[in-house]
Design a protein around this ligand. Sequence first.
Ligand code: NAP
Length: 545
Amino acid sequence: MPHQTTVASHFDVIIVGAGFSGIYLVHRCVTAGMSVRCYERGDGVGGTWYWNRYPGARCDVESMEYSYGFDEALQQEWEWPEKYSAQPDILRYANHVADRFDVKRHIEFETEVKSAHFDPVSRLWSVQTDHAQTITAKFVVMATGCISTAQVPEIEGLSQFKGETYHTGAWPHEKVDFNGKRVAVIGTGSSGIQAIPEIAKEADHLTVFQRTANFSIPTRNAPMTAEYSRSWKEGYANKRELMRNSHQGNTRPRGEKSALEVNAEERRATLEAQWKNGGSGFLAAFNDILTSQPANDTMSEFVRNKIFEIVKDKRAAEILAPKSHPIGTKRICVDSGYYETFNRDNVDLIDISQEPIERMTESGICVGDNLYEFDTVVFATGFDAMTGTLFNIDIRGRNGLALKEKWVAGPRTYLGLMSEGFPNLFMITGPGSPSVKSNMLTSIEQHVELVVHTMVHMRAENFELIEPEISAEDKWVDHVQEVAHKTLFPQANSWYMGANIPGKPRLFMPYIAGVGTYRRICEEVVADGYRGFRLERLPSAAAAE
Ligand code: NAP
């Protein structure tokens, strides 16, 4: 992708990131007649799907749903090859959309935004990139994604390791060859669970280092059939509407019964049917899996039993069977042959829950008295989620206040969209919005449309600045926590809670009252004259009123 250089130095809107949020934002802003510049550190569009190229990378939301719904012709013409798409197909789609709507000419690739400072005198944001450019804009929109800062743990001796190292979230563009290699994978979250079966097929030997056992459900992926695709395309209008008003931004039905109101036989039959059906919809088999410990226990036990059925080595099955958290409170994983992989002769599993990785040497990984030697180490160790990428940029609002300082005890937003003290700075799927606890595409579209609607409204009404009122923000932060604490989610040491990053404040970051509920709240806020936001006109415009 050719690197473009900004000629103009002022835009109505600066967008940071050219993933699914950034692509759609550029399109909407340009259509609304705004001048816009998008900065992207990669050399292409796609965000998550640009960076996460590890073997086995695949979306756990069905493609017919994990796609844009804003343009009828687009959703009618695009053909997905599989029910759950693999990373290359999703990246192809992102490029198709960006080309179809002529978005790329507004994007400066291989350009990282280093800082964004608000100037209270000019009332503009001043943005600096790693190309030493300074650009001003009335609005800045952080389309930086929720899981975009890869996290490599600080392991003593890591830099001395002579072999190759990779992180799933920053995978090379070229194929990584595992043939004939002794490979380690550290981490058994969604990424590790997808990569492990693929690496095992190729490597001479694979050793998996597991700190926390995770629940994983078979995907049951299949090629897309013409009939299935047609059924979606004929009903897209209704289906998208259903998604927008659903709990998680998808069309998945939620179980109507409690796991405890049915007898053991009916419960098992329901879970068996869901297991056979596959996918993360498994969690929706009953309506109280994430709110009732006894209900959750029944499902957790069912999956543990499945692991014992699949994995032949009882010692390995014991290690793989999760016991430390209720099912679903860490992001549920989906897989293609994950547990079966541990039946292979070339795969070993090391439990590091009690005895962590102590250090790395030139040749491998030390746990206790044992040194395991490798040619390649793959870190599937996750991300500094939701706040990490924002904190990597020096964002300063009124009075020079740094976002990182303001959020020192955890993110503080109103509606997950804005933070008080940072006027005209929007976040797409920010902390405090459904974001990662929803179909991201549904939530991205809602936020992009809301942000652009707000900017257009401000232009029409001569408003210069928008910013949350502190009281509205404080109430929202409390509300997000209150909703989370009615569930089992806070029990797990999950990245939703910031628990995967040493020293990160522990609080539940996404808003989980539901996508439909959240949308209605946002609509009411707008209909009520942007309740909870302060809109300011220029002094001269205000005087002329
Ligand atoms: P993750 O869920 O945070 O998993 C990271 C793994 O690395 C965990 O098993 C973690 O153990 C382990 N780990 C971290 N630091 C470690 C250390 N110092 N020593 C040993 N183990 C360590 O990250 P991820 O798998 O990349 O997934 C992140 C999110 O991306 C997912 O939850 C999902 O939202 C998204 N994702 C989605 C898909 C999909 O659509 N199918 C695929 C991949 C990712 P602990 O659990 O003990 O912390």
